[in-house]
Design a binder for this molecule. Structure first.
Ligand code: FE
Length: 234
């Protein structure tokens, strides 16, 4: 269920081992320039300084963009989508049929969220999301990707051994549960719709929201157990 896909976007961190011999060593973590900043950080800072200096960007606009992704746009958006699907059967059907439109109806649109697909976990099937080539991720509903999502080991291993990767995240799935791995692309971003935990039938929307984790929407985790939060049903 994975496949290669065109990557014509510019949001990712491909390794470019051969793009200039002056930088032939930039994949190595050991730097000798005495800075605490990574090479990527340094390059970003240099670029930002240059763009600001030349008048191409407003520092305030950059700050606003970064702040949006740190505060306004994040997994809490995805949480709203999941809880709505758990509590509104018509919305759930819409989400599974046309996730882009269903999610946009809640106001979560924009960069990296234009073409969304929701994949639903069931007792028989568990879904996991990866970008094998870089770091495509549904920003509009999950915010910025966690570091491990962008790491080479996750990207390569989740395809080969999703069950083992899940185990490393602390979750053991019964052998009869099939795992589907979805490879995100520049065109399509996936959101996992986790299963609503049993025993939450009478929970309010606000209570349900506390159960949904970011990782449960990537498929490397599950919703919290109701007992974990309340010591019992409310
Ligand atoms: Fe990517």
């Amino acid at each position: 269920m994975t496949g290669h896909h065109p990557h014509d976007h510019n949001d990712h961190e491909h390794q470019h081992p051969g793009h200039g011999d002056r930088h032939h060593d930039h994949d190595h973590p050991e730097h000798d320039h005495g800075s605490e900043l990574s090479e990527v950080d340094l390059r970003v800072r240099a670029l930002e300084s240059l763009l600001v200096e030349k008048g191409y960007v407003e520092p305030a606009a950059l700050d606003a963009l970064i702040e949006a992704y740190e505060t306004r746009i994040g997994p809490h958006n995805g949480v709203q989508v999941v809880v709505r699907a758990w509590t509104d059967p018509a919305f759930r059907e819409w989400l599974l049929a046309d996730a882009s439109a269903a999610i946009a109806s809640l106001g979560y649109t924009g960069r990296q969220g234009e073409h969304m697909v929701a994949v639903e976990n069931t007792p028989q099937t568990h879904n996991m999301v990866v970008c094998t080539l870089c770091s495509c991720y549904p920003w509009s509903v999950l915010g910025l990707p966690p570091v491990w999502y962008k790491s080479a080991p996750y990207r390569s291993r989740v395809v080969i051994d999703p069950r083992g990767v899940l185990r490393e995240f602390g979750h053991e799935l019964p052998g009869e549960v099939e795992i589907c791995v979805w490879d995100s692309t520049a065109e399509v971003r996936y959101l996992v719709l986790p299963m609503r935990p049993a025993g939450t039938e009478h929970w309010t929307t606000g209570q349900l929201e506390t159960l949904v984790t970011r990782d449960s929407m990537i498929g490397t985790g599950f919703p919290r157990h109701p007992e974990q939060l309340t010591g019992g049903a409310p």
